[in-house]
Design a protein around this ligand. Structure first.
Ligand SMILES: Nc1ncnc2c1ncn2[C@@H]1O[C@H](COP(=O)(O)OP(=O)(O)OP(=O)(O)O)[C@@H](O)[C@H]1O
Ligand SMILES: [Mg+2]
Length: 343
């Protein structure tokens, strides 16, 4: 068993920038722009933002599936920003992933046992029997019968397949699991079961999660901290409860307004506010706040200058030129607490 303290930092991402080439004559697309965060052992960081905001790209950079343009990624104190194949293989003992689509993430021609055994390929010292026992143990832990070992993915439902993907991630006793929208493709009732399972497993094995979702509701109960991403940049971040109860960035408010609420009056008010948000696409690389083109409160400065992250009285950080006046927070309250993206 690996030993670990619950407050031990596992992942440190600093000013991560990832650009994708866009073909000849075109500027590269900056999918992630100077994103900084940490994840501690046993902690869930929820990464939320609409489609195209760069969530998966951050996960892919941590997993080494895309190469960062700038910035750094440390795992367990080791710089893995440009880790080579051998280093990546060793890292796979501690860093695992669960993808969104349980249909394409499992090889259809392999039995579940073969898929799970593959996770232990760096342990040639284990006998076939030991590997099989471990697979059965882990399958039991995610709520599947031992007999699943000899069956194929096509024998299972979407929710069961996602349990198998979780079992595969757990085979090696990882410290951090990148969960890229792991429940978005599942029915609502199954979503809740899988989220509960992830939450139980976190407590039992002290797992860290980077939990990617479109929707603030999905990450609400699982996340200790939340990052709200837009256009590859962090708009707001902080303890989950503070971000939910006192959202200060217009984009976070809009995201919360997008979640269904049981009260029809409240829902109608939210819908009106949402409809006031103009939709502008193909914005390119903005000099200012990436949300400015869609923000109903944008001033000229919002289009020309990127706002810095500022610490708020709610204990969150927000990147918005207007967060104080929009939320009636006097400027004098926190005179010296301006922080930069570099932190
Ligand atoms: N391989 C790629 N080549 C070029 N551009 C890419 C590539 N992958 C992603 N992009 C672009 O980078 C941006 C961020 O994409 P990313 O997949 O990280 O967003 P996301 O937040 O995960 O979105 P979704 O919620 O739809 O999964 C998007 O504009 C996307 O079109
Ligand atoms: Mg994605």
């Amino acid at each position: 068993m690996k030993t670990m303290n619950s407050d031990e930092q596992v992942l440190a991402v600093r000013e991560l920038t990832v650009e994708y080439p866009q073909g000849r004559g075109r500027d590269p697309l900056r999918a992630v722009d100077k994103v900084t965060f940490d994840i501690a052992q046993g902690e869930t960081l929820g990464l939320v933002g609409e489609s195209g905001s760069g969530k998966s790209t951050i996960g892919r950079a941590i997993l080494g599936l895309v190469s960062p343009t700038a910035g750094s990624i440390e795992f367990g104190g080791q710089d893995i920003t440009r880790a080579g194949n051998r280093e990546r293989r060793a890292l796979s003992q501690d860093l695992q992933v669960i993808f969104q689509d349980p249909y394409s993430s499992l090889n259809p021609s392999r039995t579940i046992g073969t898929t799970l055994a593959e996770s232990l390929r760096l342990h040639p010292e284990l006998s076939k029997g030991q590997v099989r026992d471990r697979a059965a143990e882990v399958l039991g832990r995610v709520g599947l019968p031992r007999t699943a070992i000899d069956r194929f993915p096509s024998n299972f439902s979407g929710g069961q397949r996602q349990r198998i993907a979780i079992a595969r991630a757990l085979m090696v006793e990882p410290r951090l699991v990148i969960c890229d929208e792991p429940v978005s493709a599942l029915d609502l009732s199954v979503q809740a079961q899988v989220l509960n399972l992830l939450s139980e497993l976190q407590r039992e094995f002290n797992l860290g999660y980077l939990f990617v979702a479109h929707d603030l509701d999905v990450v609400r109960h699982l996340s200790h901290r939340i990052i709200v991403l837009f256009g590859g940049q962090v708009m707001e971040e902080g303890p989950a409860e503070a971000v939910y109860s006192k959202p200060l960035h217009p984009y976070t408010k809009a995201l919360l307004d997008a979640a269904p609420v049981p009260d029809p009056v409240l829902q109608a008010a939210r819908r009106t506010r949402r409809e006031q948000l103009p939709i502008v696409s193909g914005a390119g690389q903005p000099a200012g706040c990436p949300f400015a083109t869609r923000c109903p409160h944008a001033l000229p400065v919002c289009h020309s200058e990127r706002p810095t992250m500022e610490v708020t009285p709610a204990g969150t950080s927000v990147a918005c030129h207007r967060w104080r006046d929009l939320n009636s927070v006097p400027t004098l309250e926190l005179p010296d607490r301006k922080i930069s993206h570099a932190r």
